[in-house]
Design a protein around this ligand. Structure first.
Ligand SMILES: [Zn+2]
Length: 689
């Protein structure tokens, strides 16, 4: 069964700032720490004014007003499905990481860590060896699938953590959301090759084409593995997945923390889903002694067990064969790698070209040995002064938030007290972990790429297993320092900002304060906002999932949240494809809260004095422009469509515009009137926090 990677805390629990998106392109000149540079990286005060389109009125389309010229003149690189502020920083981080890896690899007497990252990276780049070996590295595994006869045989393949195979149910180990001084085993729905259940049932030409492409892809994998009659068999695999999908929860329901916390005994689990033979599964995974389990999507797992039990072993064998090739495609000959890209890159994301091999190698090393790289990364590229400045910003945001809660007219005193406690307990992590992972025992063999991939999977699972029964690791990070993203983690009530996002346009020590507040300030507020979004509000200041709201205050919150969800459901990024306001609700509450708190913190920082006017722009104008600048992202239609369906993050345009139109000071800053397209009357504007 596919295990979550050690470094990545299960994404179902952690809420990042943007969708995970590892595709990447052009190599930018690497601007390093550059102590000598005292001017901002963008424009004269932190905003690239050359990117604006001043022909457009800010009140008609603020996103276009701030970014229009950039949007018009920028092509999405052919090996990417979207491009913009995040992608540009990712390019930079990638170039830096490559240099870290190559430096390590070229050392005469490398340390054990340096040797690991160098050997792994070089083995990945050695496509001649990969071609020469063909499918040989997987032959023994393919044969194990060939000789499988029973459902037990299938399960023993699915639970072999070294193979990383898909299965109808996926286990992972993480902190118990209601008893957060211990780790728990979670079970979640799994096993689909398409992004989510809707892809199996959505109507229309586009959806038909995706499904047809997927069946072709399965058939291709089967025929490459030497299976005869691959097209018919691929269709049978598709039918199996469709039956699984039938029971899968949709994304909106999966977000619901009340519905997805179902703690039960092993006996209860066996009764719920006998067909999955969980006693065997748990034994195979080294979990024999585990008495309890937290089931996320209860009815989906019940259904999965039924579907699994009634599906022919031959179909399950084909499912695993296709999956084995697909999930190793990047380590196999080009014909398989290309087929995988054709479907997952081109069809689903509109990406024209595969990313260059070295970039994919960087991703591989980052994913497996990320903190070895991160340790060097922060030493070379993250100035200690940035950390201090960030700490100050976080505290200023916290101060503004505190005032905000005090002033809420819809919330009663008891709930406010709990909210204040939670706010005071937010634990900020900035830049990099105090202690870096050492990956002890992870064996990297430069002459055996697939063997190393398997060892890494095994290592990760054992690392998770070792946490069971032990103390909570509060120092652990769910992202590496070289990740351009940020997250909130409710079980530890922490907000986390990796080093690589602490750069322009988000943060620039030399930019005007209004720009830093509108950029990283709003991002800090966004992550804090997750602690108080429609799901985050279900945990308390100590990270324990429990209801601390009076009924009346909960209603007050829900009605405001519903109004925001309704607004977002009206946005139509592609013809006929609307956002789902409920799917994006947590993110959009995060954004609305983030901008509100960052703005208030900015005003407080001025200490009652007026902000200077710079190049004709007021402080308030610069603040909002910074927010819109951060969301300058362009999308390929296919990727945008996938993003709309899979959420939860709204496309940049709607993150920029959908928020400011709810916020009074933006109207004042740009003289927005009822004649403007983005105008909404004051009584329809949503204010939650
Ligand atoms: Zn978020």
């Amino acid at each position: 069964m596919k295990k979550m990677k050690h470094l990545i805390i299960p994404s179902l629990l952690v809420i990042g700032l943007v969708a995970c998106n590892s595709d990447s392109n052009s190599v930018k000149e690497d601007v390093t720490v550059a102590n000598a540079v005292q001017s901002p990286k963008r424009g004269t005060y932190g905003i690239e004014t050359a990117h604006m389109n001043t022909e457009v009125s800010p009140g008609d389309n603020f996103f276009e007003y701030v970014n229009g010229t950039w949007l018009k003149n920028t092509a999405i690189p052919s090996d990417r499905s979207n491009y913009g502020s995040f992608g540009i920083l990712r390019d930079q981080a990638e170039v830096r990481v490559r240099s870290i890896i190559e430096t390590a690899a070229s050392k005469e007497n490398p340390s054990a860590d340096e040797k690991r990252i160098g050997d792994y990276y070089n083995a990945y780049l050695d496509t001649a060896t990969i071609e020469a070996k063909g499918l040989a590295p997987l032959e023994a595994d393919l044969n194990r699938i060939r000789v499988a006869k029973t459902h037990e045989d299938i399960l023993s393949l699915m639970t072999d953590v070294r193979l990383g195979l898909d299965a109808p149910v996926s286990p992972y180990i993480y902190i118990d959301a209601k008893k957060n001084d211990e780790y728990a085993v979670y079970l979640t729905q799994s096993g689909l090759g398409l992004p989510n259940r809707d892809y199996y049932f959505d109507e229309g030409e586009k959806s038909d084409a995706i499904r047809a492409g997927y069946v072709d892809f399965i058939a291709k994998m089967l025929s490459e593995a030497g299976v005869e009659g691959s097209m018919d068999r691929a269709k049978a695999v598709m039918e199996f997945e469709t039956n699984l999908a039938e029971g899968h929860w949709e994304r909106v329901k999966q977000r619901n923390r009340d519905l997805t916390y179902n703690k039960m005994t092993r006996a209860e689990l066996n009764k719920l889903a006998p067909g999955m033979m969980f006693d065997t599964v748990f034994a195979d995974l080294g979990l024999s002694d585990q008495d309890s389990v937290i089931v996320r999507e209860k009815s989906a797992i019940e259904n999965a067990a039924k579907v699994f039990a009634k599906t022919d072993v031959d179909v399950l064998k084909d499912y695993l064969t296709a999956n084995l090739l697909s999930n190793h495609s990047s380590y196999l000959p080009a014909v398989i790698d290309e087929a995988n890209f054709e479907f997952y890159g081109r069809t689903l994301r509109g990406q024209e070209e595969q990313r260059p091999r070295w970039k994919r190698g960087v991703s591989l090393v980052n994913g497996t040995l990320g903190e070895v790289v991160g340790k060097v990364y922060v030493k070379e590229y993250f100035p200690p002064a940035s950390k201090a400045q960030m700490q100050e910003l976080v505290e200023n945001l916290r101060g503004a938030f505190k005032e905000g809660i005090d002033g809420l007219e819809w919330m009663g005193e008891d709930t406010k007290k709990e909210a204040q406690y939670k706010l005071a307990k937010f634990n900020p992590k900035i830049g990099y972990p105090d202690e870096f992972e050492t990956y002890e025992g992870l064996n990297v063999d430069g002459s055996d790429l697939i063997g190393t991939v398997k060892s890494a999977r095994e290592w990760s699972w054992n690392d998770e297993l070792s946490q069971l029964g032990g103390p909570i690791d509060r120092a652990e990070w769910g992202m590496t320092p070289q990740t351009v993203n940020a997250y909130y983690n409710s079980v530890l009530n922490e907000i986390v900002f990796p080093a690589a996002i602490l750069d322009a346009p988000f943060f620039d020590p030399n930019a005007d304060p209004a720009v830093n507040y509108g950029g990283i300030g709003a991002v800090i507020g966004h992550e804090m906002g997750h602690g108080f979004d429609d799901q985050g509000r279900k945990s308390d200041g100590d990270g324990i999932q429990r209801d601390w709201w009076t009924e009346q205050d909960a209603e007050g919150f829900e009605s405001r949240a519903a109004a925001l969800a309704d607004q977002y459901s009206e946005f139509e990024p592609l013809p006929g494809e609307f956002l789902n306001g409920r799917l994006g609700l947590g993110e959009n509450i995060g954004d609305l809260t983030g901008v509100t708190m960052a703005y208030n913190a900015y005003k407080r920082s001025l200490g009652g004095k007026p902000a200077p006017v710079i190049e004709g722009m007021t402080g308030d104008q610069r603040f909002f422009m910074a927010w819109a600048q951060v969301w300058a992202i362009k999308w390929k239609d296919e990727a945008l469509s996938t993003q709309i369906k899979n959420g939860p993050h709204s496309p940049g345009e709607f993150r920029a515009n959908g928020i400011v139109r709810n916020f009074g000071p933006w109207y004042d800053a740009f003289n927005v009137t009822p004649e403007n397209a983005m105008y909404i009357p004051p009584e329809k504007r949503v204010k939650i926090w």
